[in-house]
Ligand binder design. Structure first.
Ligand code: HEM
Length: 411
């Protein structure tokens, strides 16, 4: 029986349904398939690892500049099109990426590691004190937001507002509340960019405010959109990977024990497996720049192509026992962070943050149990937990986190 592939673009599938069963059927039966236009424009779905990787690696044939996420037709073009890092093709992409990449390089992460680990230590300590927590908002959301605020040079006194607006922008009950919170963030960045243009600091907002393309500074709204993308990119996916990873480990006591008992040996492969397993960026969109054949189907110039990353990361042709979480899995060349020229610039930072929280959890927490029904997001863009209630007790002895300060940073 043919499955109804339209469920892929229904947020309810990710909250209440089982997209993995649908993706499995698509990989086996219709790995490259056309979706007729409806609420969304018409597009091709790619669900197998090989075709997804081929598209992501070839930024000349598959452009990012008209948007990288499916948008309802009624919403029109993405305002970031051809303006933000993620939504640019060369040469603009190279200029923007070159301007910020150094901030995410191992040299800079080494400088940051101590404060990152001590922030993780305090966040987990607070959680243990509270004893009953929502892991998503009380732990997983906090560290990435703190770190990205540091990168962007957001003054300490403004951070509570950013935390409040970001929480509302991601998690508020209605679309209107989410959109109001998002506008508050954009307004805030508008003011901050203007201040940094007059008085630059040592931060990414100042870097972006100073970028020149073809001799001209970027207009204010472009700088603001790039700051906003960093805030969203740097927080949302890390929060989802950490929370999904925590639940997956709690549901598999033998995997939990493997990581806890051999932390230093297992943590690198465990973080990689958490990224593959959670694959929180559900899809990435591209537009074909020429006619091309993919998986036996002719894609026409101008067609939209959707890469379902979460499906590619469960492809049995690439991963042995893909539906098994294995914290010691190697090799593990997943696509959770993309591939090719747009490969996630925050990769090492994300891994460091997940590692820091896991390390602090094993060090400070004695008993931990899921304390209520986990809730999932209703979104086709990112998938994962909206809420993960946990009950914690403190460990008998809490070691210092200092020994892990520089671990996990390559080279
Ligand atoms: C678990 C965490 C993360 C996941 C799953 C994730 C996922 C991704 C993916 C799939 C892409 C590729 C987009 C494309 O090909 O069009 C990407 C790009 C990007 N990510 Fe991440 N990301 C994570 C963490 C971060 C962090 C911590 C930051 C920054 C603080 C960040 C900033 C970005 C930016 C700016 C891009 C665009 C890069 C470019 O177009 O050159 N991400 N991310």
């Amino acid at each position: 029986m043919r499955h109804d592939i339209s469920h892929l673009v229904d947020g309810a599938t990710y909250r209440y349904g089982n997209p993995f069963a649908l993706w499995r059927w698509m990989r086996e039966n219709e790995p490259v398939v056309w979706h007729e236009p409806g609420i969304f424009p018409g597009f091709w779905s790619l669900t197998r690892f090989d075709e997804v990787r081929e598209v992501l690696r070839d930024a000349t044939t598959f452009s990012s500049s008209s948007g990288i996420l499916l948008r309802p037709l009624a919403q029109g073009e993405d305002p970031g099109s051809n303006r933000t890092l993620a939504l640019s093709d060369p040469p603009r992409h190279n200029v923007l990426r070159g301007a910020i990449a150094g901030w995410f390089a191992p040299r800079n992460l080494r400088l940051l590691a101590q404060s990152l680990n001590s922030a993780a230590h305090s966040i987990v300590r607070e959680a243990v004190r509270a004893s009953r927590i929502d892991f998503v908002t009380d732990v997983a959301a906090k560290l990435p937001l703190e770190v990205v605020c540091t990168f962007l040079g957001i003054p300490d006194e403004d951070r509570p507002s950013i935390v409040e607006w970001s929480t509302d922008a991601f998690c508020a009950g209605t679309a209107e509340e989410r959109s109001i919170a998002h506008l508050q963030i954009l307004d805030y960045f508008g003011d901050l960019v203007e201040r940094r243009r007059v008085e630059p600091g040592e931060d990414l907002v100042s870097v972006l405010a100073g970028v020149r393309f073809e001799g001209e500074h970027l207009p204010l709204d472009e700088v603001v959109l790039n700051c906003d993308n960093l805030l969203v990119g740097g927080t949302e996916n890390v929060r989802l990977a950490m929370s999904g990873g925590m639940l997956a480990l709690l549901e598999r006591p033998e995997q939990w024990a493997l990581l806890r008992d051999g932390f230093d040996d297992v943590v690198d492969s465990a973080v990689e497996e958490i990224l593959r397993w959670t694959s929180s960026a559900t899809h990435i969109l591209r537009r074909a720049q020429r006619d091309v054949v993919l998986g036996g189907q002719r894609i026409r110039r101008g067609d939209l192509v959707v890469c379902w990353l979460t499906s590619a990361n469960r492809d049995p042709a690439q991963f042995a026992d893909p539906d098994v979480l294995d914290v010691r899995r190697t090799p593990n060349r997943h696509l959770a962070l993309g591939a090719g020229p747009h490969y996630c610039v925050g990769t090492q930072l994300a891994k460091l943050e997940i590692r820091a929280v896991l390390g602090e959890f094993f060090a400070q927490v004695g008993q931990v149990a899921v304390d209520g029904e986990p809730e999932y997001l209703d979104s086709i863009v990112v998938n994962g937990l909206r809420r993960l209630p946990l009950r914690l007790t403190a460990a008998d002895r809490v070691p210092s986190s200092a020994h892990r300060t520089l671990a996990g940073i390559p080279g």
